[in-house]
Design a binder for this molecule. Structure first.
Ligand SMILES: [Ca+2]
Ligand SMILES: [Ca+2]
Length: 305
Protein backbone atom coordinates (compact mmCIF):
# COMPACT_ATOMS: atom_id res chain seq x y z
CA UNK A 1 0.00 0.00 0.00
CA UNK A 2 2.77 2.37 0.94
CA UNK A 3 4.55 1.66 -2.35
CA UNK A 4 1.38 2.42 -4.30
CA UNK A 5 0.97 5.72 -2.52
CA UNK A 6 4.56 6.75 -3.08
CA UNK A 7 4.76 5.77 -6.73
CA UNK A 8 3.26 8.93 -8.30
CA UNK A 9 5.60 11.13 -6.30
CA UNK A 10 8.62 9.09 -7.41
CA UNK A 11 7.61 9.38 -11.06
CA UNK A 12 7.29 13.15 -10.98
CA UNK A 13 10.28 14.87 -12.52
CA UNK A 14 10.02 18.60 -11.93
CA UNK A 15 11.46 21.21 -14.25
CA UNK A 16 15.20 21.18 -14.55
CA UNK A 17 17.29 24.16 -13.57
CA UNK A 18 18.25 26.49 -16.40
CA UNK A 19 20.27 24.32 -18.81
CA UNK A 20 21.94 27.30 -20.49
CA UNK A 21 25.29 28.49 -19.18
CA UNK A 22 25.92 32.22 -18.90
CA UNK A 23 22.26 32.72 -19.85
CA UNK A 24 22.09 36.40 -19.04
CA UNK A 25 25.58 37.63 -20.05
CA UNK A 26 26.36 38.27 -16.39
CA UNK A 27 29.91 36.94 -16.75
CA UNK A 28 30.43 40.16 -18.73
CA UNK A 29 31.70 38.18 -21.72
CA UNK A 30 30.64 35.46 -24.20
CA UNK A 31 31.59 32.55 -21.91
CA UNK A 32 29.80 29.31 -22.93
CA UNK A 33 28.68 30.87 -26.25
CA UNK A 34 30.30 30.32 -29.64
CA UNK A 35 30.62 33.02 -32.29
CA UNK A 36 29.27 30.77 -35.03
CA UNK A 37 29.98 33.06 -38.00
CA UNK A 38 33.22 34.52 -36.68
CA UNK A 39 31.94 38.02 -37.44
CA UNK A 40 32.08 39.18 -33.84
CA UNK A 41 29.45 39.70 -31.16
CA UNK A 42 29.41 41.83 -28.01
CA UNK A 43 28.35 41.94 -24.40
CA UNK A 44 27.21 45.35 -23.22
CA UNK A 45 26.24 47.00 -19.95
CA UNK A 46 24.13 49.58 -21.74
CA UNK A 47 26.99 52.02 -22.22
CA UNK A 48 27.49 51.28 -25.95
CA UNK A 49 24.07 50.14 -27.20
CA UNK A 50 22.14 52.51 -24.91
CA UNK A 51 19.67 49.76 -23.89
CA UNK A 52 19.50 48.59 -20.27
CA UNK A 53 19.60 44.87 -19.44
CA UNK A 54 16.32 43.07 -18.73
CA UNK A 55 18.05 41.22 -15.89
CA UNK A 56 21.26 42.06 -14.06
CA UNK A 57 23.92 44.34 -15.54
CA UNK A 58 24.87 42.85 -18.90
CA UNK A 59 23.12 41.82 -22.12
CA UNK A 60 24.16 40.23 -25.41
CA UNK A 61 24.50 42.88 -28.10
CA UNK A 62 25.45 42.21 -31.72
CA UNK A 63 26.90 45.73 -31.97
CA UNK A 64 29.89 46.45 -34.16
CA UNK A 65 30.98 43.43 -36.18
CA UNK A 66 32.07 42.37 -39.63
CA UNK A 67 29.56 41.58 -42.39
CA UNK A 68 25.82 42.11 -42.00
CA UNK A 69 25.05 39.08 -39.80
CA UNK A 70 26.28 38.21 -36.34
CA UNK A 71 25.41 35.10 -34.39
CA UNK A 72 26.26 33.32 -31.18
CA UNK A 73 25.14 29.83 -30.30
CA UNK A 74 25.13 27.37 -27.46
CA UNK A 75 24.51 23.64 -27.82
CA UNK A 76 22.82 22.05 -24.80
CA UNK A 77 23.22 18.31 -24.35
CA UNK A 78 19.94 16.57 -23.43
CA UNK A 79 21.34 13.04 -23.11
CA UNK A 80 20.44 12.82 -19.43
CA UNK A 81 16.75 13.18 -20.37
CA UNK A 82 16.87 10.47 -23.08
CA UNK A 83 14.51 8.00 -21.38
CA UNK A 84 11.83 10.60 -20.80
CA UNK A 85 12.32 12.12 -24.28
CA UNK A 86 12.00 8.80 -26.06
CA UNK A 87 8.90 7.96 -24.02
CA UNK A 88 7.34 11.12 -25.47
CA UNK A 89 6.76 12.71 -22.08
CA UNK A 90 9.59 15.27 -21.89
CA UNK A 91 8.73 18.89 -22.50
CA UNK A 92 10.90 21.88 -23.16
CA UNK A 93 10.33 25.38 -21.93
CA UNK A 94 12.37 28.18 -23.51
CA UNK A 95 12.00 31.83 -22.64
CA UNK A 96 14.20 34.73 -23.63
CA UNK A 97 14.10 38.46 -24.20
CA UNK A 98 15.07 40.02 -27.53
CA UNK A 99 14.89 43.46 -29.04
CA UNK A 100 15.15 44.72 -32.62
CA UNK A 101 15.85 48.38 -33.43
CA UNK A 102 14.23 50.57 -36.05
CA UNK A 103 15.28 54.01 -37.23
CA UNK A 104 13.29 55.31 -40.20
CA UNK A 105 12.78 52.40 -42.60
CA UNK A 106 15.91 50.58 -41.39
CA UNK A 107 15.41 47.60 -39.07
CA UNK A 108 18.28 45.93 -37.28
CA UNK A 109 16.73 42.52 -36.64
CA UNK A 110 17.00 40.34 -33.55
CA UNK A 111 15.99 36.74 -34.06
CA UNK A 112 16.09 33.61 -31.89
CA UNK A 113 16.30 30.13 -33.41
CA UNK A 114 16.22 26.79 -31.61
CA UNK A 115 17.13 23.54 -33.34
CA UNK A 116 16.19 20.26 -31.69
CA UNK A 117 18.67 17.66 -32.92
CA UNK A 118 19.16 13.92 -32.79
CA UNK A 119 22.36 12.06 -31.88
CA UNK A 120 23.78 12.82 -35.35
CA UNK A 121 22.91 16.54 -35.03
CA UNK A 122 20.16 16.17 -37.65
CA UNK A 123 17.44 18.72 -36.96
CA UNK A 124 14.15 17.13 -35.84
CA UNK A 125 12.26 20.34 -35.06
CA UNK A 126 12.92 24.07 -35.24
CA UNK A 127 11.65 27.17 -33.49
CA UNK A 128 12.24 30.49 -35.28
CA UNK A 129 11.03 33.73 -33.69
CA UNK A 130 11.42 35.59 -36.99
CA UNK A 131 12.32 39.28 -36.65
CA UNK A 132 11.32 40.13 -33.09
CA UNK A 133 8.66 42.86 -33.31
CA UNK A 134 7.67 45.52 -32.50
CA UNK A 135 11.11 47.14 -32.57
CA UNK A 136 12.65 49.40 -29.95
CA UNK A 137 11.26 47.48 -26.99
CA UNK A 138 12.12 44.26 -25.21
CA UNK A 139 9.87 41.34 -26.23
CA UNK A 140 9.67 37.98 -24.50
CA UNK A 141 10.02 35.02 -26.85
CA UNK A 142 8.72 31.55 -25.89
CA UNK A 143 9.03 28.06 -27.23
CA UNK A 144 7.04 25.35 -25.50
CA UNK A 145 6.70 21.84 -26.91
CA UNK A 146 7.01 18.11 -26.37
CA UNK A 147 10.51 17.07 -27.34
CA UNK A 148 10.45 14.79 -30.39
CA UNK A 149 11.58 11.26 -29.51
CA UNK A 150 15.24 10.93 -30.42
CA UNK A 151 16.15 14.51 -29.42
CA UNK A 152 19.60 14.59 -27.84
CA UNK A 153 20.60 18.26 -28.00
CA UNK A 154 19.23 21.70 -28.66
CA UNK A 155 21.19 24.39 -30.46
CA UNK A 156 20.21 27.88 -29.29
CA UNK A 157 21.06 30.62 -31.80
CA UNK A 158 20.94 34.36 -31.21
CA UNK A 159 21.16 36.21 -34.51
CA UNK A 160 21.44 39.88 -35.37
CA UNK A 161 21.14 41.19 -38.93
CA UNK A 162 21.43 44.73 -40.28
CA UNK A 163 20.70 45.90 -43.83
CA UNK A 164 23.36 48.60 -43.77
CA UNK A 165 25.76 50.53 -41.52
CA UNK A 166 28.49 49.40 -39.17
CA UNK A 167 26.67 48.29 -36.04
CA UNK A 168 23.74 45.89 -35.47
CA UNK A 169 21.33 47.04 -32.78
CA UNK A 170 20.05 43.56 -31.85
CA UNK A 171 19.86 42.72 -28.14
CA UNK A 172 19.25 39.54 -26.11
CA UNK A 173 19.03 38.83 -22.39
CA UNK A 174 17.64 36.57 -19.66
CA UNK A 175 17.54 33.29 -21.59
CA UNK A 176 16.05 30.23 -19.93
CA UNK A 177 15.83 26.62 -21.09
CA UNK A 178 14.24 23.92 -18.96
CA UNK A 179 13.31 20.32 -19.67
CA UNK A 180 10.66 18.68 -17.56
CA UNK A 181 8.34 15.72 -17.31
CA UNK A 182 6.14 17.43 -14.83
CA UNK A 183 2.60 16.21 -15.42
CA UNK A 184 1.25 12.91 -14.12
CA UNK A 185 -1.73 11.58 -16.06
CA UNK A 186 -4.56 9.89 -14.19
CA UNK A 187 -8.31 9.29 -14.22
CA UNK A 188 -10.41 8.10 -17.13
CA UNK A 189 -12.43 9.68 -19.91
CA UNK A 190 -15.34 8.19 -21.83
CA UNK A 191 -15.58 8.51 -25.59
CA UNK A 192 -17.34 11.72 -26.67
CA UNK A 193 -19.10 12.57 -29.94
CA UNK A 194 -15.70 12.87 -31.67
CA UNK A 195 -15.49 9.10 -31.24
CA UNK A 196 -12.54 9.30 -28.88
CA UNK A 197 -12.00 10.05 -25.19
CA UNK A 198 -10.91 13.63 -24.47
CA UNK A 199 -7.32 14.14 -23.38
CA UNK A 200 -5.66 16.99 -21.49
CA UNK A 201 -1.98 17.96 -21.70
CA UNK A 202 0.04 20.66 -20.00
CA UNK A 203 2.99 22.42 -21.62
CA UNK A 204 5.40 25.05 -20.42
CA UNK A 205 6.81 25.21 -16.93
CA UNK A 206 5.78 24.05 -13.49
CA UNK A 207 7.84 26.85 -11.98
CA UNK A 208 5.32 29.43 -10.78
CA UNK A 209 7.76 32.29 -11.32
CA UNK A 210 8.08 31.40 -15.03
CA UNK A 211 4.36 32.23 -15.41
CA UNK A 212 4.05 30.04 -18.49
CA UNK A 213 1.58 27.18 -18.37
CA UNK A 214 -0.34 26.04 -21.45
CA UNK A 215 -3.40 23.83 -21.22
CA UNK A 216 -4.39 21.80 -24.26
CA UNK A 217 -7.44 19.55 -24.62
CA UNK A 218 -7.56 17.27 -27.64
CA UNK A 219 -9.93 14.65 -29.08
CA UNK A 220 -12.87 16.85 -28.12
CA UNK A 221 -15.85 18.08 -30.19
CA UNK A 222 -15.73 21.62 -31.61
CA UNK A 223 -17.77 23.12 -28.79
CA UNK A 224 -17.17 25.59 -25.92
CA UNK A 225 -15.48 24.34 -22.77
CA UNK A 226 -13.76 25.32 -19.54
CA UNK A 227 -10.41 24.32 -18.05
CA UNK A 228 -10.39 23.98 -14.28
CA UNK A 229 -8.17 22.69 -11.52
CA UNK A 230 -8.73 21.33 -8.06
CA UNK A 231 -6.84 20.27 -4.95
CA UNK A 232 -7.51 16.53 -4.81
CA UNK A 233 -7.82 13.45 -6.99
CA UNK A 234 -11.27 11.91 -7.30
CA UNK A 235 -13.10 9.94 -9.95
CA UNK A 236 -16.81 10.63 -9.75
CA UNK A 237 -19.42 10.11 -12.53
CA UNK A 238 -20.33 13.51 -13.99
CA UNK A 239 -22.29 14.15 -17.18
CA UNK A 240 -21.21 11.61 -19.79
CA UNK A 241 -17.83 11.12 -18.11
CA UNK A 242 -16.02 11.68 -14.84
CA UNK A 243 -14.98 14.55 -12.66
CA UNK A 244 -11.39 13.84 -11.68
CA UNK A 245 -10.65 16.51 -9.12
CA UNK A 246 -12.26 17.88 -6.00
CA UNK A 247 -11.44 20.12 -3.08
CA UNK A 248 -11.20 23.78 -3.89
CA UNK A 249 -11.93 24.00 -7.63
CA UNK A 250 -10.82 27.03 -9.68
CA UNK A 251 -12.07 27.77 -13.16
CA UNK A 252 -9.56 29.07 -15.65
CA UNK A 253 -11.07 31.97 -17.60
CA UNK A 254 -12.05 32.59 -20.31
CA UNK A 255 -14.33 29.94 -21.82
CA UNK A 256 -12.56 28.45 -24.84
CA UNK A 257 -13.87 27.14 -28.14
CA UNK A 258 -12.35 23.97 -29.58
CA UNK A 259 -11.26 24.10 -33.23
CA UNK A 260 -10.21 20.98 -35.12
CA UNK A 261 -10.82 18.94 -31.98
CA UNK A 262 -8.36 20.99 -29.91
CA UNK A 263 -8.97 23.62 -27.23
CA UNK A 264 -6.06 25.54 -25.75
CA UNK A 265 -5.24 28.34 -23.38
CA UNK A 266 -2.24 29.93 -21.72
CA UNK A 267 -3.23 29.81 -18.07
CA UNK A 268 -2.00 32.38 -15.58
CA UNK A 269 -0.15 30.81 -12.67
CA UNK A 270 -1.15 33.72 -10.44
CA UNK A 271 -3.14 32.29 -7.56
CA UNK A 272 -1.07 29.10 -7.60
CA UNK A 273 1.73 29.01 -5.05
CA UNK A 274 5.09 27.26 -4.97
CA UNK A 275 4.73 23.81 -3.40
CA UNK A 276 1.07 23.46 -4.34
CA UNK A 277 -0.21 20.42 -6.27
CA UNK A 278 -3.10 21.05 -8.64
CA UNK A 279 -5.19 18.68 -10.78
CA UNK A 280 -6.22 19.95 -14.21
CA UNK A 281 -9.16 18.84 -16.31
CA UNK A 282 -11.33 20.15 -19.17
CA UNK A 283 -15.15 20.26 -19.26
CA UNK A 284 -16.90 20.64 -22.62
CA UNK A 285 -20.38 20.75 -24.09
CA UNK A 286 -21.33 17.68 -26.13
CA UNK A 287 -24.98 17.85 -27.09
CA UNK A 288 -24.22 15.78 -30.21
CA UNK A 289 -23.61 12.78 -27.95
CA UNK A 290 -27.29 12.96 -27.03
CA UNK A 291 -26.88 12.08 -23.36
CA UNK A 292 -26.17 14.51 -20.52
CA UNK A 293 -24.93 17.15 -22.98
CA UNK A 294 -21.45 17.53 -21.48
CA UNK A 295 -18.34 15.44 -20.93
CA UNK A 296 -14.76 15.79 -19.65
CA UNK A 297 -11.21 14.82 -20.52
CA UNK A 298 -8.89 12.74 -18.35
CA UNK A 299 -6.73 14.71 -15.91
CA UNK A 300 -3.14 15.62 -15.08
CA UNK A 301 -1.54 16.40 -11.76
CA UNK A 302 1.12 19.12 -11.56
CA UNK A 303 3.26 19.83 -8.51
CA UNK A 304 4.35 23.47 -8.75
CA UNK A 305 7.85 24.62 -7.88
CA1 LIG B 1 21.63 40.08 -18.09
CA1 LIG C 1 22.59 49.77 -36.85
Amino acid sequence: MLTTLLLPALLLAPSSDNLLLNPSAETGDLSAWTDALGNGFNVDDGSVGNVPAVEGTFLFYAGAHQGLDAEIEQVVDLGSFAASIDAGSAQVFFSGWARSAQGGAVIDAARVILEYRDVSAAVLATFDSGVVQPSNQWKRVFDVRSLPPGTRSVRVRLRGTRPTGLSTEAYFDALLLRVSDFATRYCQANANSSGMPGRIDTFGSDVVADDCLYLVASQVPNTPGIFFHGGTRVQAPFGDGFRCTGGQIERVVPVVQAVGGVAQLQAPTSGITQGQTRHFQYWFRDQAAGAAGFNLTDAVEVAFN
